[in-house]
Design a protein around this ligand. Structure first.
Ligand code: DOR
Ligand code: ZN
Length: 427
């Protein structure tokens, strides 16, 4: 398949200010031409009529579990699930076993992705501290040289503020963004869901929103003091959004993401959906859900990341406090975001597409998220009208752990291309 002509779709490419009916010609792994009615008799024709043609989605926060937790997910299954979700560039977190805290593990992940991956571009995130223990910093330069595109202890906060300060200075000097999992574990205090009316009714230990906000505030203030950039992962509270909004207004170099589940679900779901709702930080209240949406709409939050966190069924088939935290997110991300952000009227399609493509790509400096001539031919064909009901048993991901099974959304990824090659087509 040397030449592919994607014909008749609505091309939305916010990086280049494009939104209109265009044909896109892919050749040699790159976008060769974008125009009306391209004539290319030797190209394979892919009809996109009635559909959207978008840059491939970029996910700066996911968990592929390999090495070490292949029973939850591996690079083969995770990249295939990503392709189904329309993701063409993904950044995988370091909480594997062994932890990705050295160049050897980073190189292993890249090699595995080349060998077993579904063609999706995999970018490892290196650990900030050895073994994610929060005690000793890793070799940032060595991780970067091996291909790490950012640094994070995601899954665990860096409790020691002094160590965090040094990490931020060194990461900034290295040109690597620190992706911060913000939770003060002393405030979490074994809480397993959001603290509020629902936790009280369910008899479950709650975690107050301040547990997240205290650490967002700390990270912002340290970054401000140092004049460094910092990125806040999976923001879930109204107060967190407000802290970031105020910091940005002061000119602090803070960026932030939220995840689809915080836009679509609340702690009220815990009673209905059980352990499938367990995630860190936890699902919050309706007020917080709306604040995350407003935060994306007004630019306070820079991008959407899935935090795809696959787990084995057995790890969810237990009582709430014992259940693993995390939601398998690749295969529902676009539908949830399209429904909750675009269909519900909070933003135009172009803005959502930017939040899933060039905005995250720019944060980490990834060569993705844009379909100008000469760019990588990574793209998604999506049906903006298709209504479908999530069935987790049908997921490609090994992780069937989603509270969204049985829910109906609008918008579906139909085909995904990386470097001009089709890596996924919905049956
Ligand atoms: O719920 C979560 N699961 N939050 C995290 O930060 C880590 C993730 C995981 O690795 O399972
Ligand atoms: Zn996290």
């Amino acid at each position: 398949m040397s030449k592919v002509l994607v014909r008749g779709g609505r091309l939305i490419d916010p990086a280049n200010g494009v939104n209109g009916l265009f044909d896109v010609l892919l050749e040699g792994g790159l976008v060769r031409q974008v125009a009306n009615a391209i004539h290319a008799p030797d190209a394979q024709i892919v009809s996109a009529e009635g559909r959207l043609v978008l840059p491939g989605f970029v996910d700066i926060h996911c968990h592929l579990r390999e090495p070490g937790y292949e029973y939850k997910e591996d690079i083969a299954s995770g990249t295939r699930a990503a392709a189904r979700g329309g993701f063409t560039s993904i950044c995988c977190m370091a909480n594997t076993s062994p932890v990705n805290d050295n160049a050897g593990v980073t190189a292993f992940i890249r090699k595995k992705a080349e060998e077993d991956g579904a063609g999706v571009r995999v970018y490892p995130v290196g650990a900030v501290t050895k073994g994610l223990e929060g005690l000793a910093l890793t070799d940032f330069a060595g991780l970067k040289a091996a291909g790490a595109v950012a640094l994070s202890d995601d899954g665990r906060p860096i409790a020691d503020a002094g160590l965090f300060r040094r990490a931020l200075e060194l990461a900034d000097a290295e040109g690597l963004l620190l992706l911060c999992h913000c939770e003060d574990l002393l405030l979490v205090n074994d809480g397993v869901m959001n603290e509020g009316l629902v936790s009280a009714r369910a008899g479950l230990a709650g975690s107050i929103r301040a547990a997240e906000e205290v650490m967002i505030a700390r990270d912002i203030l340290v970054a401000e003091a140092l004049g460094a950039r910092v990125h806040i992962c999976h923001v879930s509270t109204k107060g967190g959004v407000q802290l970031i909004r105020e910091a940005k207004a002061r000119g602090v170099g803070v960026a932030a993401e939220t995840a689809p589940h915080y836009l679509a679900a609340t702690d009220a779901w815990v009673e209905r959906k059980g352990t499938l709702t367990r995630v860190n930080p936890p699902l919050r209240t309706e007020d917080d859900r709306l604040a995350c949406i407003y935060g994306l709409a007004d630019g306070t939050l820079d991008c959407i990341a899935t935090d795809h966190a696959p787990h084995h069924a057995n790890e969810k088939a237990t009582d709430y406090p014992s259940a693993a935290s995390g939601i398998s997110g690749f295969e529902t991300a676009f539908a949830i975001c399209w429904t909750h952000l675009v269909e519900h009227g909070y933003m135009e399609p172009d803005q959502l597409v930017a939040l899933m493509t060039n905005a995250p790509a720019r944060l980490l400096g990834l060569p993705a998220g844009s379909l100008a001539v000469g760019d990588a031919a990574d793209l998604v064909i999506a049906d903006p009208h298709e209504r479908w009901t999530v069935d987790a048993s049908d997921f490609i991901s090994k992780g069937k752990n989603t509270p969204f099974s049985g829910e109906t959304y609008t918008g579906r990824v139909r085909e995904t291309f990386v470097a001009g090659q089709r890596v996924f087509k919905e049956a």
